[in-house]
Design a protein around this ligand. Structure first.
Ligand SMILES: NC(=O)c1ccc[n+]([C@@H]2O[C@H](COP(=O)([O-])OP(=O)(O)OC[C@H]3O[C@@H](n4cnc5c(N)ncnc54)[C@H](OP(=O)(O)O)[C@@H]3O)[C@@H](O)[C@H]2O)c1
Length: 400
């Protein structure tokens, strides 16, 4: 099915925006405002931010809305009574019959069931929620294969790889490189990173305004590790075929290294609206929200190897990928709790990798390619262990 040029008459994409009150969700709604002839918002979902969702609902007049939190869903039901806008579950909003593209911009593994529902019903899945692929990538891809659903990555690195890989034969590929800004603690000593407080970890230099969990994950580099696992699933690449390079300017998002040594780089302004638009519009490309950077306007581009001693979370993610089974789901679930505990001031940043290592060390593998329920069970187990973890208990915890 081709998409016509605007000159021939634009094709309107009917979208579900799940996580509409978050950083990615708000960027997607901004695109919908800029492209009323191309995007029609059909469903919206949040967790608890009822006011944010209602403001969007007033503007876009969707067919249905959802809030995961039961209290918030109740408020929506009473505030929208008689409006003609239906209040449904998040999964129903994901799989809503008139939706073409479901954007899952929910934070955390909570995005997994809605992502599955979208894929099961044959929607295009515009996936910002990397946790879905990390926790149950094989199951999600199997389902997409059966239903014919396309999965388009929204993470800027993966959108960059997807674009750079167009027309590249598999046999010509050598390595996929994900760039990392290095986060707010780039260049700090291992001791300094370990002692970092939430205030420091939340000060991102090139991607301000991201959700709090992903911002902390960029400070530990676990985010990049989760992206390695995401790339493994999306591009069917083994751990040795996926590299990470620190690129402080955040202009080059991905590099495809070919067999003959050529490097195909994808570069753009660091603006999440670009990969979101790419996932919604593919194979089309729309004019950017801000003027594009011309080649003469590019900053000096630097590329450095990551500091694996100061940022041990990166290798923990590679280890989880190597272990396979439910280990990535455990890593992600434990990290969601670890980051919440860090943000609550329970411990400094350096305790996050210690906690993750302890929980992964207690984990016993599980199914080779977990189905949804197995992934969610591993996630729940990891959360329990992560909530119970105390620094003194390292390496002595009960095993599963
Ligand atoms: N921000 C970025 O630049 C960026 C870049 C690449 C990838 N991502 C990925 O995109 C996802 C979202 O990140 P973000 O930075 O946008 O997070 P965020 O700002 O924290 O927003 C999270 C969104 O998810 C909603 N939500 C949370 N739990 C939910 C549930 N159970 N059901 C439905 N909605 C729920 C929140 O609703 P409430 O507002 O009601 O709590 C909010 O709308 C993450 O997976 C992240 O890794 C983000």
């Amino acid at each position: 099915m081709g998409t016509m040029d605007l000159q021939d008459g634009a094709q309107v994409r009917r979208i579900a925006v799940l996580g509409c009150t978050g950083s990615i969700g708000r960027d997607a709604l901004d695109l919908a405002i800029r492209h009323p002839d191309r995007l029609r918002v059909v469903t919206l979902a949040c967790n608890r931010d009822v006011d944010g969702l209602l403001e969007a609902a007033e503007r876009f007049r969707p067919e249905a809305v959802a809030a995961a939190d039961p209290w918030a869903a109740g408020v929506l039901a009473s505030r929208l009574d008689g409006s003609g806008i239906r209040v449904v579950s998040v999964v129903e909003a994901a799989a809503w019959p008139t939706v073409d593209v479901t954007l899952v911009a929910i934070a955390g593994v909570a995005g997994l069931r809605p992502a599955m529902a979208a894929v099961e019903t044959g929607k295009r899945l515009a996936l910002a929620n990397k946790e879905s692929l990390v926790a149950a990538g094989a199951a999600l891809l199997r389902l997409a294969h059966r239903s014919g659903s396309e999965i388009l990555p929204v993470d800027s690195e993966h959108a960059g790889l997807f674009a750079a890989l167009q027309g590249v034969r598999r046999g010509s590929l050598r390595r996929l490189w994900l760039t990392a800004s290095g986060g707010p603690l780039r260049g700090s000593s291992a001791a300094d990173v370990a002692a970092a407080t939430p205030e420091r970890a939340l000060r991102h230099p090139t991607w301000p305004g991201m959700g709090r969990r992903i911002t902390v994950d960029t400070a530990t580099l676990l985010n990049k590790g989760l992206e390695v696992i995401e790339a493994h699933h999306l591009f069917d690449a083994g751990e040795h075929a996926i590299g990470v390079v620190v690129h402080p300017q955040s202009v080059v998002h991905a590099i495809v290294e070919l067999a003959d040594g050529s490097l195909l780089m994808q570069a753009s302004r660091p603006d999440m609206r670009l990969p979101i638009a790419f996932a919604l519009a593919y194979p089309d490309r729309w004019a950017p929200p801000e003027p594009a950077i011309p080649p003469t306007g590019l900053p000096d581009l630097q590329f450095q190897p990551p500091d694996r001693e100061a940022f041990p979370c990166l290798d923990l993610a590679y280890a989880a990928l190597r272990a396979g089974g439910t280990a990535p789901a455990v890593l992600n679930g434990a990290d969601e709790v670890a980051v919440a505990r860090f943000l609550a001031g329970e411990f400094p940043l350096g305790h996050i990798p210690r906690l993750l290592e302890a929980v992964l060390g207690q984990h016993k593998g599980g199914a080779e390619e977990p189905e949804l329920d197995e992934a969610l069970a591993a996630d729940a187990w990891a959360r329990e262990r992560a909530a119970a973890w105390r620094p003194a208990a390292i390496a002595r915890g009960a095993s599963r």
